[in-house]
Design a protein around this ligand. Sequence first.
Ligand code: GUN
Length: 290
Amino acid sequence: MTLLDGKSLSAKLESDLNEQIATLVSQGITPGLAVILVGNDPASCAYVQMKAKACKRVGIYSVTHEMPSKITQDELLSVIEILNNDPNIDGILVQLPLPPHIQTTQVLEAINPKKDVDGFHPFNIGRLSIGIDTFVSATPLGVMNLLKSYNIDVRGKDVVIVGMSNIVGKPLASLMLNAGASVSCCHILTRDIRAYTKNADIVCVGVGKVGLITADMIKEDAIVIDIGINRLESGVLVGDVDFENVAPKTSFITPVPGGVGPMTIISLLQNTYKAAAFRLEQDKRRGQKV
Ligand code: GUN
């Protein structure tokens, strides 16, 4: 069994990105990320803080707009409009979840798709689903890059994804499909998850349920990707997989923490770099026209 070490890989990717950003800065472009945080949900605040710190480490300028939870939808949309038109901002990220009185889809659709570094805009989701280059949601992108770095080719493999959220499970299914896997999607209404997972070459799970995937659900030498994050009462962080009993059966498995988590952050930074590199290209083209 080999651990898929997202912590080491993300550190290496971060150092590569640092150099790429330095080159961009030398060409007059500092990548800029605007993060919108509505309310003070402790988990969201912690994630936003982690993102801001990561930006600082690699040389991305980041600004966090903290809004009260009672902000109106129109007020939120007008902040997005300002950021859409801000030439120093390459990426806009609205931390989810939003309060129930805000229509999340409308807010996400208001972001300029070229600044949608979260890959949540239907324009980018559409491009992803037909397999053309676009912004891809950070966690699924991180999973694919983690597999790639261990030379795991998903072509022709039977992949089962458990958990069909818009931000993880669904885009991951598209990426796997685009990469040539045969994909099965399990969700809250799936009657017998084991019937799918027990024959799978690769099982990806991101549900938020401790111990959901047990050893009897996995075939010998399967690859297991745990995207779950659960904090036990003791404070210990665990995934959705019964790691102790599942790991010995697998060929590769992600630990929690230190597997998919660090890959998510680096993917967001890479997306922000990609948006800034796009700005440089546009500037160059405009320059040529004049
Ligand atoms: N909430 C949980 N995960 C994410 C994420 O990747 N991006 C945003 N914007 N909100 C989230």
